[in-house]
Every structure is written in C-alpha cells, then in structure tokens.
Design a protein around this ligand. Structure first.
Ligand SMILES: [Zn+2]
Length: 355
C-alpha cells in the first residue's frame, strides 16, 4: 500500500535495522482486538476519545467493527502503527460526507500507547493520515483536542492552527467537564518543492555583497542597514537594492523591493523565474508577497526579524500553502553579522556604544 510509512523512533540507534521501526498501514478486521484493547486503555487513562470509563471491551469491539464498516464504505480511514507485533498507535480520518465539504476530513481517535509516547510515532501517524487525506482529495483537516492533555501542543508542532476554545465541551472519561480546542490545517496541495542545487560558498559571497549594500544604506544615506541582491537563474547579478524609505519618502522602498524592481527592468520581465534573492534581514509581509508575485525560486536571508519577519518568525507569508508558487527559503546565512549591524545602527541612534 502507498500508505505504508516507516517511523524510526528518535531513540533508535544509528544503523538499527529498519525492521525495528514502526510500520504504519491501514487497519484490518484482524486488528480489532488490539485496537479495542488500546481504546479501553486510553479511556482508563482519562484520554478524551468520546467514551466514558469503564469502557466494556465488547463496546470497544463494536466501535471498531463500525469504524471498519465505514472504511469499507469509503467514509473513513483507520491507520495503525505497529512494531514487533505490538500496536503502538492508531488514528482515523472521518471523510466528511456533506456535499458542500468534499475537501474536508476530521482527524479523530488518535491514540498512542503509553509505552510508545515520545518516540515520534504519533507525529508519523498524523503525517500518514495527512497523506491519506491528500490521496482522497481532502485538503482541510479539522479536529478537536482536549485542553487538559497537552495534545494541543503536539498538533501546533505539526502545523495545526487554533480556531478557538470551547468550555465544557465534553465529559472526561473519569468525570468532570473539560474544555476543548478546535484546530485546523490546510494541507499543501501543490507539487512537492523542487530542490535547487545549493552552493554555500556562493550564498555567502552574494550575502557579503548584500551586506556591503546595507553598509552603504547606513553610511551614505543614514537609512536602516538592509541590503538585497537578486541573482538570475544563470548566476548573474541582475538587481541590487538597499532601504530607501527615508530618502525617497516611500514606505514601500525596502531593499528587496528596490532589488526586484531593478531585476525586472534588467530582464524586461515582471517575473524573475529561477532567480534567488539575497537579503540581510528576513523579509516582511510586503516583500514576501512581492517575492511570490515575482516567481522568485529562492530567498536567502541573514538575520531573522522577530518583529515583522514573514518567512516564519512572525508570519509565514512565504510558506503559506495557499500560494500557487512556492519559494524556497533559507535563513541565517551570515545572520550574526547582519543582525549585529542592525543592532548597532539602532544603538547608535540611541547614543549607545556598538556591541
Ligand atoms: Zn520588506
């Protein structure tokens, strides 16, 4: 099956045989006993999966029989993670049947055996469920996770967004109403990224050039020291820019925008297909969007910007799966030097010595 994914536990020794890794695949009727035991154990441990403790084994079996019937009808996906004959984890996708939501599935009944936790099995299972959703044309995944169990942090790490919290949502298996968090994730339906050959020495060379432009912005124009260089698919520098907001009375005159404008004129084209932009500071939302519009292949930046960075630091404009163009991103190239230059610029403004 295409859904077979191997999850190597983080604690696995290097070179350990792949046979010892978890094997993830669709559940079959032969798995009902193991699935039922895991469900009963999860409920006994106060796990919020829709049941109250004590859950009779027969009820658990009836639940899984029903779930596998839904699988047979094409309404559900149930995956299991196995290792050495032990069921480590399970998770399901309920394929929403509403005609208005042919693109949505609910992630549900995700359970990991206590002994298997902290080994990456749960994450591998959710990723396998996401792949199963993609194969069935489901792009939007939704789920509710109890706020008490710390599951929400797990889903946040896997890229799920919080829609909101609902108090008194459901009874915990051992009693007492618990709040829940509604989470969602829009899967990336685009073609997988093509990897570009990357030459670290060239990256550093072009970043040095961008740093020299940043220095010019500061020394010659007293602008914030940010510099940018656009290199064409053929390896030619076709655009250079530095911050010109103050001199040009132009709120859009960021280094990236200036470099993109020059590159567009050089190519006589508003699309810079295959080009790489080097910039000393992580692009803001405006510049990130301009890079997407320009169809730039790759952006390399120096220092991360914890205030307005839009390549993941504050926003992830560049990586948003709703774009139809994908820009590869690499940060931290000569980042310390670029960051120090900016820090010292602002320190000097406040009459402080450089660091
Ligand atoms: Zn910008």
């Amino acid at each position: 099956m295409a859904e077979q994914i191997s999850a190597v536990p983080a604690s696995a020794a290097p070179g350990e045989a792949p046979a010892s890794a978890a094997r993830i695949g669709p559940a079959s009727p032969a798995d009902i006993e193991a699935l039922s035991a895991l469900l009963v154990e999860t409920v006994a441990n106060n796990g919020s999966v829709g049941f109250m403790h004590p859950l009779p084994l027969d009820e658990a079996r009836a639940f899984w029989r029903g779930a596998l019937e839904a699988v047979a009808r094409g309404e559900r996906v149930v995956l299991c993670a196995w290792q050495d004959g032990q069921l480590l984890a399970t998770g399901s996708l309920a394929l929403v049947q509403a005609p208005s939501q042919p693109h949505r599935a609910e992630l549900t009944k995700v359970m990991t055996a206590p002994a298997a936790r902290g080994r990456g099995v749960g994450a591998a299972l959710v990723q396998a469920l996401e792949q199963a959703a993609r194969e069935r044309g489901r792009r939007l995944l939704t789920l509710d996770a109890s706020l008490i169990e710390g599951a929400t942090a797990f889903y946040r790490r896997l890229g799920y967004h919080t829609a909101g919290d609902i108090p008194e949502y459901a009874y915990k298996p051992l009693g007492g109403l618990g709040a829940t968090r509604i989470l969602w994730k829009l899967l990336d339906a685009r073609e997988p990224a093509r990897t570009l050959p990357v030459d670290p020495a060239a990256d550093e060379r072009y970043m040095r050039q961008a740093l020299a432009l940043a220095e010019r912005a500061e020394k010659e124009y007293d602008e914030i020291p940010v510099g940018a260089v656009v290199v064409s698919a053929g390896g030619e520098v076709i655009g250079e820019g530095w911050n010109r907001n103050i001199a040009d009375h132009d709120p859009s005159a960021h280094a990236e925008i200036m470099a993109l404008r020059q590159a567009g004129r050089a190519l006589a084209n508003h699309r810079l297909v295959g080009a790489t932009l080097y910039v000393t500071l992580e692009p803001c939302a405006m510049c990130a969007m301009a890079l997407v519009h320009a169809r730039v292949a790759r952006v390399v930046y120096g220092a991360a910007d914890p205030k307005t960075g839009a390549c993941g630091s504050v926003f992830d404009v560049i990586g948003d799966p709703r774009h139809n163009h994908r820009v590869l991103v690499q940060g931290g190239v000569l980042g310390e030097e670029a960051g120090r230059r900016l820090t010292n610029y602002f320190r000097a403004k406040r009459g402080k010595p450089p660091v």
